[in-house]
Design a protein around this ligand. Structure first.
Ligand code: GLN
Length: 307
């Protein structure tokens, strides 16, 4: 069966589940999203996009952006990054603070909020928050070959207004000397990258290099070294879904990253990338129907890295 037919089958298979899960409401601007939305897109190395449902509608990618900021920060500071953030699964929720005190302000990994805030600090480096966001947008537009990609200022503002928890994490790390820039500067960039709006089709395309050893198979552009690409995939596999990472690996067997906007990005090494979107979440903040769709896709394609 070809991938186009499989994507159609997957969309049909999850149809009875549409609307399941709970839409994130702790960021007020996300609370009003229609829970019935569902999109899926598969990007393949020949430049193909195989899509179904609402795959061309933009949504708030939220924590999926952490994969792209990690890739850029590694380019900026290289392996020095690992002195300020770990690479172990946390086994806690995305915005947990409990481990930070015992572990001297060093977050467990770059995909939990605390870790992503440190990564954003590195992205800013000597520049300002606007320059960091401009850089990220430039890179994403380039990877996705789509100049229309932007962030949603309303979502960023909404998250900032209700961002007490992320402010606590940032100030706590600052007290340990693990944030170089001003807390509000770092958070203003963090809230904006979380508020990036991409469709499933744009997201899958932008991440395609992660499935091909760090090189975009369509343009031939090298984006990351093969080693860094492997390592990002390893972190996505072990930490991409917070305290749901083990279950996600068990069910889907692919490196992935969830966002509370209901998107999930997964990387099928040597095959392609898949982005799904369905706003209802499970308790860990992973899209419920999105994960079901990925399970159905992997069953039909045999793309699990475990065979
Ligand atoms: N912007 C969200 C936050 O910081 C991202 C969380 C997520 O998508 N898991 O709370």
């Amino acid at each position: 069966m070809n991938i186009e037919d499989i994507v159609g089958e997957v969309a049909t298979a999850v149809e009875p589940h549409r609307g399941e899960g709970k839409v994130a409401d702790y960021i007020p601007a996300l609370a009003c999203i229609d829970p019935m939305k569902f999109g899926i897109a598969v990007a393949t190395p020949d430049g193909g996009c195989h899509a179904a449902g609402d795959a061309h509608e933009g949504f708030s990618v939220q924590s999926i952006s952490k994969v792209f900021t990690l890739s850029l920060a590694l380019e900026n500071v290289g392996d020095a990054l690992w002195q300020r953030v770990g690479r172990e699964p946390s086994g806690t929720s995305f915005n947990s603070i409990v481990q930070l005190e015992k572990e001297n302000g060093i977050p467990r990994n770059p995909l939990i909020n605390a870790g992503a805030i440190v990564v954003t600090d590195h992205l800013i480096d000597g520049n300002d928050a606007d320059a960091a966001i401009d850089w990220l947008l430039r890179v994403l537009r380039d990877h996705a070959e789509d100049a229309s990609i932007d962030f949603d200022a309303e979502v960023a503002r909404s998250e900032s207004e209700t961002g007490a928890r992320n402010r606590s994490l940032a100030w706590f790390m600052k007290s340990f000397g693990n944030l170089e820039n001003d807390v509000e500067t770092v958070l203003s960039a963090y809230f904006r990258h979380c508020a990036l709006r991409l469709s499933c089709a744009q997201l899958a395309r932008a991440a395609l290099f992660l499935a091909f050893d760090g090189k975009d198979p369509v343009t031939g552009e090298r984006i990351l070294t093969p080693q860094r690409c492997r390592r990002i995939n390893a972190i996505m596999m072990s930490c991409g879904h917070y305290d749901n990472s083990g279950d996600f690996a068990f069910r889907i067997g692919l490196p992935g990253k969830s966002g509370v906007g209901g998107g999930i990005l997964v990387v099928a090494p040597g095959e392609g990338t898949v982005a799904v979107w369905s706003p209802g979440l499970n308790e860990a903040g992973t899209s419920k129907v999105g994960a079901l769709a990925l399970e159905a896709l992997v069953e039909r394609t045999g793309w699990s890295v475990f065979g």
